[in-house]
Design a protein around this ligand. Sequence first.
Ligand code: HEM
Length: 400
Amino acid sequence: MNPIPNAKIASSQFKANPFPFYARLRSEAPVYRTILPDKRNAWLITRYQDVLAILKDERVGKDKINAQTPPWLPATFKPLLRNMLDLDPPDHTRLRGLVQKVFMPRLIGNLRQRVQDLADDLLDRVQARGRMDLIHDYALQIPATIIAEMLGVPVKDRLKFHRWSNAAITSTSSRWGVVMALPHAVAFLRYIRMLVKARRANPEDDLVTALVRAEEAGDRLSEDELLAMIFLLLVAGHETTVNLIGNGTMALLENPDQSDRLCADPAMIQSAIEELLRYNGPLETATERYPREDVVVAGITIPRGELVLAVLASANRDERQFEHADRLDLSREPNPHLAFGYGVHYCLGASLARLEGQIAIATLLRRMPHLRLAVPPNRLRWRRGLVLRGLEALPVEFSR
Ligand code: HEM
């Protein structure tokens, strides 16, 4: 057997089609030690059952204190690390408990009409042009606007915070990458601090005000945790769903038989979105995890403190779990994909993301049934970075 070459898994070229590499790992080296761009070693877990086991394993935590080689971070970033996704219970449980209610399916359902109006309004603006960049004109605007409205961030600032979060996400975690992202992180933090100050002085009916009140009430939320919470919700609330709409549309353009099925039967939209999440999901890997003790996965010992990456995109294409895993089948049932993760960090915004994805894709197909790519597929560029997988731009054409 040939040795497996070390793929540059955070590069734009790799992101274009990571699936053959992961298929090879699943078959030959399902627990695979690789070197990341910042020279840290990482273990890639690629089979469905192993990914599930890692995400459920209480011995495998998030706290970087357990890491043997923690990523280098300047002091400016430190407050942002007090967010629920970077913490283990009991801090994780306390922080998640503060916002969980707002993201429950029943309350999220109330946003349906707002999301629909927004989707229609965005398409009204481009309809006469006959072409658009689906990412910037549509896919990004929907989640960025909705999460800004929920939090109480002025909607006119949504592209500003996207610029800052984009710099953080696409930078490598090397020293140089971190230094390059620093001014954006500083600007982002300054912005969140100003927002908090404004809501302290003039409370409104929004999530930032509710969080400021929790912080003022004493022991439930520290100042750093307040800033980190707003940061996480803003970033996670839009940087992921943009890829569900973008990657999902891309998959439909590549599979016209499936897109025709959905056009003919719009009631399929729920199972269609689950399948698009599985087939071409927004996160390639889960976020970093560090075992608190040695753990054995598929017969391989991962030493305490080494970085583990559960590759969700690979688990979701594992032929041991999904029949014809490389085939897009919008009526796939059951579909226990791991696009939203699993265990205590299971995506808090899953109901919101599903609502936005369903409305965005259904509205796009209804209003622009003859959508087509406006550039050859090999001209499309994928955003670099480790965790997320999404397009920089998706130029499309349609009838005016
Ligand atoms: C299609 C869109 C989305 C996908 C695929 C997605 C996926 C994920 C995944 C895989 C995780 C777990 C990461 C890990 O375990 O390392 C996660 C966590 C999280 N997501 Fe999402 N997400 C999406 C949309 C959203 C939205 C709209 C929000 C809204 C605020 C959100 C907020 C969060 C939060 C706060 C966490 C951390 C939960 C915790 O640590 O307990 N996500 N998401």
